[in-house]
Design a protein around this ligand. Structure first.
Ligand code: NAD
Ligand code: ZN
Ligand code: ZN
Length: 411
């Protein structure tokens, strides 16, 4: 490898460091968070990427805020775009020099779930449970991509090759969103049933919520309403034509229905997307956590027979939860409201591969401007600790790490 590998490492609560790390290679080596059954796993089907762009995600923040069992020393990062610099002997079609987007879900392409396009729950990559991702707790121990170089297993299957490198570098701030948040927001909308003329509520104006709002527009929604309690993020949603609800001022289900009615003339939407997850804050509060509030709210304001997409992450156990039952993953759901209305729910990791090619084409042909929607902001790899801190404090920005200065140079 040309130079020393460096990566973002989790060093304890609200503490990440950028450190020199081992080269990316063709064997899964032991390390923090690596499942024993994955240690020594040979990867002849892998490619090694020089990372061109890798983004910080709200999913990383759950770990860095200490809300998971992520071990110290974990190499972070699951949103990866890069240039192939080496391939294993089992790689047939991806070539050195290809510029590729990598779905954050690691998938084998051979199991029943992969064959059914449910790559978010691949059965062969994580000995602990179905589904895997780079640089994530309980996901098998694949090293993260907030690094200069990273190993991508099953490269022929996982890599989405951009058709033209020069054209791709012109739009790299948009294309980097294909590894996670754009397909994730889009999946939230598709599973909620968003189509031409839909009215949509998106809970959360973080990058995933904004990507969902942008996706709803791409899918033809008539009105997209975004709710959050952070003013800057709501301003970001309005910047591309969304309506907004400031949830710091909405303190009851009735007030919420009233806010929807004030915009639409009726107190319900056709479709809703939860882009918040288990660290949800209570409405009309000073930020006290209320882990079931988003799910209960969307059940309340979605029309009978409507759909709810839930990309927001929920966990089986939450060591940092405010109340005892939430520590064990138990939420106070008013499930009867949803049941009585025949609502449908879709959960889980977004199967990125289902959508990334179509969304790439939409970007390359100027049908959508996802980087502007999420306020993509490019920083150096060494600046990652600042990016994590500002993102955690609610900056209305999606931070892209630029480990080799290639994104900055293309701008
Ligand atoms: P983020 O933390 O930046 O955004 C969450 C936003 O929700 C914040 O702006 C916060 O103020 C807001 N919020 C808090 N309580 C709220 C409430 N009651 N109603 C409405 N908004 C509220 O995170 P992000 O990067 O946008 O990610 C959002 C969620 O999506 C996270 O849980 C993340 O783990 C998850 N995620 C899931 C997938 C997937 O495949 N399913 C992929 C990526 C991210
Ligand atoms: Zn992510
Ligand atoms: Zn699989």
């Amino acid at each position: 490898m040309a130079d020393t590998n460096r990566a973002v490492i989790y060093r304890g609560i609200r503490h990440v460091e950028v450190e020199d790390v081992a080269d990316a290679g063709f064997v899964l080596q032991d390390g923090p968070g690596v499942h024993p059954d994955n240690v020594g796993r040979e990867l002849p089907h892998a490619a090694i990427l020089k990372v061109v762009a890798t983004n910080i995600c709200g999913s990383d923040q759950h770990m860095v805020r200490g809300r998971t069992d992520a071990p110290e020393g974990l190499q972070l990062g699951h949103e990866i775009t890069g240039e192939v610099i080496e391939i294993g002997p089992g790689v047939e079609f991806i070539k050195k020099g290809d510029l590729v987007s990598i779905p954050f879900n690691i998938a084998c392409g051979r199991c029943r779930n992969c064959k059914e396009r449910n790559t978010g729950v691949c059965l062969n990559v994580n000995p602990e449970q179905p589904g895997s991702a780079y640089g994530y707790v309980a996901m098998g121990g694949w090293r993260g991509g907030q690094a200069k170089y990273v190993t991508v297993p099953y490269a022929d299957w996982n890599c989405l090759k951009f058709p033209d490198k020069e054209q791709a570098m012109d739009k790299i701030r948009d294309l980097t969103m294909l590894s996670d948040i754009f397909p994730t927001g889009y999946h939230g909308c598709v599973t909620a049933g968003v189509g031409t003329g839909s009215t949509v509520y998106v809970a959360g104006a973080g990058p995933v919520g904004l990507a969902a709002a942008c996706s709803a527009q791409l899918l033809g929604a008539a009105v997209v309403i975004v709710g959050d309690m952070q003013a800057d993020r709501l301003g970001q949603a309005r910047s591309f034509g969304c309506e907004t609800i400031d949830l710091s001022k909405v303190d009851s289900p009735e007030a919420m229905a009233g806010a929807i009615e004030g915009i639409l003339g009726v107190p319900v939407v056709d479709c809703a997307v939860d882009a918040v997850g288990f660290e949800a804050k209570g409405h009309g509060t000073n930020g006290e956590e209320a882990p079931a509030v988003v799910l209960n709210t969307v059940m309340g304001i979605t029309r009978a027979a409507g759909g709810i997409g839930i990309p927001g992450l929920y966990v089986p156990s939450d060591p940092g939860a405010a109340d005892e039952s939430a520590k064990h993953g138990n939420l106070s759901l008013q499930f009867g409201i949803g049941w009585a209305k025949s609502l449908t729910f879709a959960t889980g990791q977004a199967p990125v591969m289902k959508y990334h090619r179509g969304l790439m084409q939409a970007i390359l042909n100027d049908r959508v401007h996802i980087a502007d929607a999420v306020n993509a902001t490019v920083i150096t790899l060494d600046d990652a600790p600042r990016g994590y801190e500002e993102f955690d404090s609610g900056a209305a920005q999606k931070f892209i790490l630029d480990p080799h200065g290639l994104v900055g140079a293309a701008a």
